[in-house]
Ligand binder design. Structure first.
Ligand SMILES: [Zn+2]
Length: 447
């Protein structure tokens, strides 16, 4: 595999841009600079009202929450030099102490990419590498590339299928790049693609038991924008008929959509969109998943925090009836991951470990698509670099995650074999309710 730098991982993203609509403010002369921005970490917010008071900063110019303010945990806030005093004054008024954990993120941005900084030169190099998935498909008969839909800006959303031999094998679905700035996510999905096709015995063995479907970058527009416009962009790039662009794609899935942990404000980074599956990116991926009923395991990659999240995330105390089985399989994966480099992950539901967040893809995969084993992995790190993970961590992150996946797949294969004599199918609730409702984007949704 070629040099592992951040610019490598654009897979087919830029392959076919058509009909991008110009929008005021789109064409910055240079990418947004984060020179002088610093990252603050508050002490744990001991009361609900403290968290709420900090939330007034959400969506303000020059301020980005890397970790949302929530009761009983610290909040990470990236701030421009112009806003620094304002935030520090607010924290002082609230009696909340803080540390400056990154002085100037510009230094990290330089370190993150050892070929060049974010910008057009990097973009040009990406264009050369844009067709990794397609190249792989042309070189290896086991790999097929499919365009499963177009983004808001008209870019292809690429799905790679890796399958050896015929037959109707159970399948594993992996996706990444839902949130634009979480670069380690598409990089890890891409790394797994390269591992699965390296013809080594471990990969061959996995391919003898499962087919793999991989969408390395769901949010193709946002991902490009983190290279050309704003490194800290999280959402899609859809136009909301208003002052703010983009929807949080991981609040946009049609299972308990628009409930806790998402926002009605189009300017918020956790805006859930005007309706479930309003975004062509989430709709295309959901449709592709539904069309493949043999998927037994769903994995989605995010960053950061090193968490292995088990459904459901939409509210507290909403564990699925087979929760313990999901935890048992996750434990196998987590142990193998940690055994690689000692990287530790915490395992549990999002409300247990973080906060409730409704409209996520793993909840939908479990609750609506009926995929028994569905997980969301928050990859490296725990906040030292956050989204700006240095490029020398791409390969180790890929290796450990692949090892976790491989161990889990083996165990799942054993489990499925045992089940062959028993009826298969999971107890799941609420399937398709949102997809079939008028607000669920069902009009465009052909299953
Ligand atoms: Zn994310």
């Amino acid at each position: 595999m070629m040099g592992m730098t951040w610019i490598f991982v654009v897979v087919g993203v830029l392959a076919s841009t058509t009909s991008a609509v110009p929008y005021p403010g789109d064409f910055l002369p240079t990418p947004k600079s984060y020179s002088g921005y610093s990252l603050l970490r508050t002490e744990p917010l001991l009361r609900e009202d403290l968290a709420r008071s900090l939330l007034i900063l959400d969506g303000m110019r020059g301020i980005h929450f890397w970790k949302y303010p929530l009761v009983n945990r610290s909040s990470d806030i990236l701030t421009s030099p112009a806003q620094l005093e304002h935030i520090q004054a607010l924290l002082a008024t609230l009696g909340v102490s803080h540390d400056v954990i990154i002085d100037d993120v510009k230094d990290l941005l330089a370190k993150e990419n050892d070929v060049g900084v974010n910008g057009y030169s990097a973009l040009e190099e990406e264009l050369e590498r844009a067709n990794y998935a397609k190249t792989l498909a042309s070189q290896d008969s086991r790999v097929t590339y499919e365009n499963i839909g177009s983004s808001s800006e008209g870019k292809e959303i690429g799905l790679v299928k890796i399958s050896s031999g015929g037959g109707n094998k159970p399948a594993i679905w992996i996706d990444g790049g839902m949130h634009a700035r979480e670069w380690i996510s598409p990089a890890t999905a891409t790394y797994i693609m390269s591992k699965l096709t390296n013809k080594e015995p471990a990969s061959e063995s996995l391919l003898s038991s499962f087919d793999f479907y991989i969408v390395p970058i769901i949010n193709v527009d946002g991902y490009e924008w983190t290279h050309t416009g704003d490194r800290m962009w999280r959402k899609t790039r859809s136009r909301n008929n208003g002052r703010c662009i983009g929807v949080d794609p991981n609040r946009n899935w049609g299972f308990h959509w628009a409930e806790q942990g998402s926002s009605t404000d189009p300017c918020s980074d956790i805006y859930h969109g005007p309706r479930a599956f309003s975004e062509p990116e989430t709709l295309s991926v959901a449709r592709a998943i539904k069309a493949r009923p043999n998927i037994k395991l769903y994995l989605t990659f995010h960053s950061y925090s090193q968490l292995w999240l088990v459904p459901y995330g939409y509210a507290r105390n909403t564990r699925p009836v087979d929760y313990n089985e999901l935890v048992r399989l996750a434990q196998v994966g987590k142990n193998a991951l940690s055994a690689t480099y000692g990287t530790s992950y915490r395992l549990g539901t999002a409300p247990d470990l973080l906060y409730p967040a409704a409209g996520g893809s793993d909840d939908w995969a479990k609750g609506s698509a009926g995929i028994k084993y569905a997980y969301c992995l928050e990859l490296r790190d725990t906040g030292r670099y956050g989204f700006l993970l240095p490029s020398n961590q791409i390969v180790p992150t890929g290796e450990e995650t692949f090892n976790g996946l491989a161990a889990m797949a083996k165990e799942l294969h054993r489990t499925l074999k045992k089940q062959q004599t028993r009826p298969v199918g999971g107890p799941y609730v609420n399937a398709d309710k949102e997809l079939n409702s008028p607000s669920g984007g069902e009009a465009e949704y052909k299953l």
